[in-house]
Design a protein around this ligand. Structure first.
Ligand SMILES: Nc1ncnc2c1ncn2[C@@H]1O[C@H](COP(=O)(O)OP(=O)(O)OP(=O)(O)O)[C@@H](O)[C@H]1O
Ligand SMILES: [Mg+2]
Length: 359
């Protein structure tokens, strides 16, 4: 039985529809991440699952049971919010153990849970401090700890790392990934950061304007984005998009634009030959280019070269449009002189220019 099911879930404020018929199934033990730009409805969806926000239509099921009208406390969920509030008069240990004390857990069990979670979150040395004596990042970790000590069947996180600096964020992300593997609980995590989504999620739900754009594993989203939005949202640096025309020559399909003609892999043929002659949008990941000459290589200008260690990010131009190229580099690549590149054919994505869906 799926752990949580959303069936035609809807939310509107007055006449304004915010969530527009979401359908989604989350299996037990799965780490699901909701990702999308600000305002797309991630927090609203999470709050409806938690029972903090009334739903306007559809159904939410937990363990097969409809919970539409169930109080938050009866849903067996633990939450960590974007805006957390710690109890200012309690120290870290008391803040973290609050729910357990309320549920009358044994003292030794409370202590061992708090110590274990504090260790994981790097809070051991702060257990006796009050929230006012902590940094923003430390407070956020306490808020997370307060939920993690609980025995809930599902943990809901709304941007729990948003107040942390980059280094701590990466460290906490790794801790969270390890912990979720260890405890094997159902996790739902909301973020607008695609890197966080890609590194944490078993399954990622990409949202835009209250709608699901695609659901898949990190690899599925990266390798086979279902539409232009997902293609542009996942991956850094961002995918390049160019106008091109599909054509067939000598049994092979090509995408041809201003100053380039790239062959597509043979496996695309059954899917694309019926679109021969059509104008499409192609997507090329910056990392699909490699420096080299040979069959099908193209000469491209190097307008700007940014050396960032093992990689160089190059600004170039193709089909009359600026593009980004990312190549591994032992030494800085000079800008000015053009260079030859080979485009990996597996990395060429083709989209319908009208529907924006992958072809
Ligand atoms: N109480 C409310 N009344 C009217 N509109 C609301 C209300 N709460 C949220 N909204 C709107 O619903 C939309 C979705 O908001 P939500 O907070 O779910 O976005 P989000 O994806 O979590 O964004 P962020 O990444 O910025 O946190 C937004 O356009 C927001 O303005
Ligand atoms: Mg939000």
């Amino acid at each position: 039985m799926p752990k949580i099911e959303l069936i035609n879930l809807q939310k509107s404020y007055g006449a304004v529809s915010i969530i527009d018929g979401l359908d989604l199934t989350m299996e037990d033990g799965e780490f699901t991440v909701f990702v999308g730009p600000s305002g797309c409805g991630k927090s609203t969806t999470l709050r409806m699952i938690a029972g903090l926000e009334a739903i306007s239509g559809g159904e939410i099921r937990i363990d097969g049971r409809v919970v539409n009208r169930l109080e938050p406390k009866d849903r067996d969920l633990a939450l960590v919010f974007q805006d957390y509030a710690l109890y200012p008069h309690m120290n870290v240990a008391k803040n973290m153990s609050f729910a357990l004390r309320l549920a009358r857990y044994e003292k030794s069990k409370i202590n061992s849970r708090v110590n274990e979670v504090a260790e994981m979150l790097g809070l051991t040395e702060y257990l006796n401090r009050k929230p006012a004596e902590l940094s923003g990042g430390q407070r956020q970790r306490v808020a997370m700890g307060r939920a993690l000590v609980r025995d809930a069947s599902t943990f809901l996180f709304d941007e729990p790392l948003s107040n942390l600096d980059a280094k701590l964020r990466a460290q906490m992300r790794a801790e969270l990934a390890l912990m979720s593997r260890r405890i094997q609980k159902n996790m739902i995590y909301v973020t607008h950061d695609q890197v966080e989504a890609m590194t944490l999620g078993d399954r990622i739900v990409v949202m835009k304007s209250g709608k699901i754009m695609q659901v898949g594993s990190p690899e599925e989203l990266y390798r086979s984005p279902a539409n232009l939005f997902v293609a542009g949202f996942i991956g850094s640096p961002t995918m390049n998009f160019l106008k091109a025309e599909l054509s067939e020559e000598g049994g092979q399909i090509f995408v041809t634009g201003r100053g380039f003609s790239l062959p597509l892999p043979a496996k695309c043929k059954p899917r694309l030959s019926s679109h021969n002659g059509r104008t499409v949008m192609i997507g090329l990941r910056p990392s699909s280019f490699s420096v080299g000459e040979g069959e099908g290589s193209i000469e491209l200008p190097i307008i700007l070269s940014e050396y960032i260690g093992a990689q160089s990010v190059l600004l170039s131009e193709m089909g009359g449009q600026k593009i980004t190229i990312e190549v591994s580099s032992e030494a800085p690549i000079p800008s000015g002189a053009p260079m030859n590149f080979v485009v990996e054919s597996e990395g060429i994505h083709v989209f319908d220019s009208d529907t924006e869906k992958a072809l």
